[in-house]
Design a protein around this ligand. Structure first.
Ligand code: ATP
Length: 500
């Protein structure tokens, strides 16, 4: 049975052990913005490094890109984000909560629904197909479109000052002021990217030509994205600033179906590889009415969160829409010439076409939440005095774990700290994240490392100085065995490799 308090327990552990803090907490926090503490920063890096390894390092057909967050504003006009990247926003007239219509609880239009207003139980007819997510009321404001992109200004301009000069002393209607304001702000307006993807389309030609890449090939990018989300929910699941891991895979038109099938399987398999419960991940095909206007087909990799199955990654077959839009708006030809392919129109060898695109678009910070939820475990046991005790541990995959090995001197004397430090420095030299820890009793140190997901602890004790051995403790089983100090680095390296 799943634990109803799992989310709260993970949020509390995330703060207690330095994974995730609320942004600007000493100032009361900033809604939906988060900071990743020492353990969270490592976990996020490890997730992103594993993605990069599987996408770029282990393949010959995908290359990386690191584009700027601020791009030419025309990019977002061409992509459709300026006109369409908006959510339907609704206010509940009963409890005043503001929410997204497309994410609200569904009801049958015309049915009678029960809800509460100021403590009173009421009933009313639903004249929409959804109700307020907070109080269940069908009394709702009109839907308004709200663009999710953050706007800012580029250059040494003060558009607000220029606007103030323009408006000073004039008597204008709200509509007139709005038009003047938009006109005055427009030349300096730029956007924080709401996704990393567009740079791969905009730089398609530069990347393809600089490396003479042949279709099919992909361009991968990781980095920050920003969305002024209407509703923020479930801790870091939906935040206003987050990290994405996206890849645009350019294919020959007509082959997109096979490549979509290939990438959905690859991506599902990738998530499952690092999980304790692979069955909690599944694929869901989008219904026709869910598809974005440019998408031919789309699957979500979904995870079984405490609130039910929900999105973790989207894998879309985007046709040639993006490259064609950018070609149209920039005036630059973004087609590809394949010298070996026969042109179906002429029957001659050599074909020019605009590639189709398969896009696996993942959230790195959302994946971090998923792996914390997947790893959180409680085990009933006994402490040294035989009293009942709950052991909390994070069964993180060793490749994702922030610290791979903790080296613990049993006591702070008799040469044990020196021996432990020497072992740590061996690990650090070989690039394995090890941590020296001599703080508090050994049992507490094991508990602390169980909670941050450290897969192995090496304990230096009196015997170490006599026979050159240490105990190796396994996080998941707590089993201990003695190994030679001289072989410690290789043993941990082998265990890491074996974890896959
Ligand atoms: P949703 O329907 O949940 O708003 P989306 O379908 O708009 O998400 P995409 O644009 O496909 O999301 O983004 C790709 C991935 O980026 C998502 O699957 C998710 O993992 C991540 N992501 C998107 N928005 C956010 C956010 N506000 N906070 C954290 N991660 C996000």
């Amino acid at each position: 049975m799943s634990d109803p308090d799992l989310m709260q327990k993970v949020i509390s552990l995330a703060k207690r052990r330095g994974f995730v803090f609320q942004s600007s907490e000493i100032y009361g926090g900033l809604k939906s913005c988060y900071d990743y503490g020492p353990m969270g920063a490592e976990l996020k890096r490890n997730i992103m490094a594993e993605w990069w390894r599987s996408m770029v390092y282990e393949r010959e057909d995908i290359v990386g890109l690191d584009a700027s967050i601020i791009m030419h504003p025309k990019v977002w006009q061409a992509s459709g984000h300026v006109a369409n990247f908006s959510d339907p926003l609704v206010d509940c007239l009963a409890c005043r909560v503001r929410f997204r219509a497309d994410k609200a609880p569904k009801v049958e239009k015309g049915s009678e629904v029960a809800y509460k207003k100021e403590g009173k139980a009421l009933r009313a007819t639903a004249n929409r197909s959804y109700v307020c997510p907070a109080c269940g009321s069908p009394e709702l404001s009109e839907e308004r479109r709200f663009n999710l992109m953050f706007r800012t200004f580029l250059g040494p301009v003060d558009p607000v000052g220029a606007l103030a000069d323009k408006l000073a002393g004039r008597s204008l209607s709200a509509q007139e002021i709005r038009e003047i304001a938009e006109g005055e702000l427009a030349p300096a307006t730029v956007y924080l990217r709401p996704e990393t993807a567009q740079a791969m389309f905009v730089q398609f030609e530069n990347v393809q030509q600089s490396l003479s890449l042949k279709v099919p090939f992909g361009i991968a990018q990781q980095g920050r994205s920003f969305r002024n989300e209407v509703t923020v929910e479930h801790f870091i699941f939906r935040s206003c600033e987050f990290e994405q891991m996206e890849m645009e895979f350019f294919v020959k038109p007509g082959t997109q179906k096979e490549w979509l099938a290939y990438w959905t399987e690859q991506r599902l398999g990738w998530y499952r590889r690092f999980s304790n419960r692979p069955e909690d991940f599944r694929l869901r095909q989008h219904a026709k009415d869910e598809l974005a206007h440019y998408a031919e087909d789309c699957y979500d990799v979904e995870y079984r969160y405490p609130w039910g199955y929900d999105e973790l990654e989207g894998i879309a077959s985007r046709t040639d829409y993006d490259l064609k839009q950018h070609a149209k708006f920039s005036g630059k030809d973004l087609s590809y010439f394949d010298p070996a392919e026969t042109d179906p129109a002429t029957g001659k060898v050599g074909r020019r076409y605009v590639p189709y695109v398969i896009e696996p678009a993942a959230g790195a910070t959302r994946a971090l939440l998923v792996y914390l939820l997947d790893a959180y475990c409680e085990e009933q046991g006994q402490d040294a005095k035989g009293e009942a005790k709950t052991r909390v541990l994070l069964k993180l995959h060793p490749r994702l774990a922030p610290i791979k090995v903790a080296v613990l001197p049993l006591v702070r004397k008799d040469g044990m700290p020196e021996a432990a430090r020497a072992i740590v420095s061996e690990f650090l030299k070989s690039g394995v994240k090890a941590k020296y820890d001599d703080n508090t009793a050994i049992g507490k140190r094991y508990a602390r490392h169980d909670e941050v997901g450290t897969p192995w602890c090496l304990t230096v004790d009196g015997q170490t100085l006599q026979d050159g051995t240490v105990t190796l403790r396994d996080r998941d089983t707590t089993a201990q065995r003695r190994i030679k100090v001289a072989e410690a680095r290789q043993t941990i390296q082998d265990l890491l490799n074996r974890a896959g």
